[in-house]
Design a protein. Structure first.
Length: 295
């Protein structure tokens, strides 16, 4: 079995190049997509493995066996020998051509630009989604109080003390059922982590514990060293920069996957940007924001 790996812009181009390299037609190879990469403004690539299966042997045609004419019956009067017709030649049916299993067609890399139909955007609420809360809980059922804020802040302080971290926790703004807790101190940077991953994980943990311990529907949002505000400023600047490029080129751009509350920042930042529209596509955790020219 001959195998070759090819990288090209599309599956079709890679398949054609593989067939040329293997010296066969495109229908005679089996294609497996190994890697597919999508970038801004349609700069995509795909890597495939192409295989040529060995053809199945064709069954040999059976050989016709000659029929010997029977000996003539003995009679008193000798009669001429009866001519026995030769049997019709037996022709073997040709064996079916070997079937080459075709790989299931890989989903083509998404192209961005004019002419790509926009999927119906899913509504993304402007209310922050906090890790650890149940989707079926409604926003208007619970309103946090100052006592709730103090309760959640004390829970965060207990966790910090158990981890022996030099971090101060202070109750901040209260909006609806959400209590914003500010973290600062010598070890606060450790609680933020790369791209806020540690901060999001701790926020999730706090809300899981609070849900089981207090069961009042109140949720906490954590912000360490003012990371949330700085992240919002960075996303807003990035969204504006890409929107300028989209408007100039007239082509859509697909951002990297973002969590729901960061996607809302992008939508909000470009909501009043003239000549630009935004929507989200894909499923969690790979849901992305698409910045497109306005219709």
């Amino acid at each position: 079995m001959q195998t070759v790996e090819i990288t090209a812009k599309t599956v079709q181009e890679a398949t054609k190049a593989a067939a040329t390299k293997l010296g066969v037609t495109a229908e005679a190879i089996t294609v497996t997509v190994l890697e597919e990469t999508k970038g801004l403004f349609g700069k995509s690539s795909v890597r495939i493995r192409a295989e040529v299966a060995s053809p199945q042997p064709v069954a040999d045609a059976p050989v016709a066996t000659p029929v010997t004419p029977p000996a003539p019956a003995k009679k008193s009067v000798r009669a001429p020998k009866a001519q026995v017709p030769a049997p019709a030649p037996v022709v073997a049916e040709p064996a079916p051509e070997p079937v080459v299993a075709e790989a299931a067609p890989a989903e083509p890399a998404k192209k961005v630009g004019r002419g790509r139909p926009k999927p119906a955007p899913k509504a993304e609420s402007e209310t922050p989604v906090v890790a650890g809360e149940k989707p079926e809980e409604t926003e208007n059922e619970v309103v946090a109080t100052a006592a709730d804020g103090e309760q959640l802040t004390n829970l965060v302080k207990e966790l910090l003390a158990a981890a022996s971290l030099q971090v101060n926790a202070k109750t901040g703004e209260i909006a609806g059922r959400y209590v914003n807790i500010h973290l600062d101190g010598k070890d606060a940077a450790f609680l933020v982590g790369k791209h806020g991953e540690v901060l999001n994980a701790m926020q999730y943990l706090v809300n899981i514990i609070a849900g089981r311990k207090f069961d009042n529907g109140v949720r906490a949002t954590l912000d360490g060293n003012d990371y949330r505000r700085r992240r919002e400023d960075a996303l807003t600047a990035l969204a504006t920069k890409i929107a300028d490029q989209v408007k100039q080129r007239g082509e859509e751009a697909v951002l990297d996957a973002l969590p729901a509350f960061e996607r809302r920042i992008v939508h909000k930042a470009l909501s009043n940007y003239e000549g630009i529209s935004t929507y989200s596509e894909g499923e969690e955790p790979n849901r992305r924001v698409v910045i497109a020219p306005a219709d």
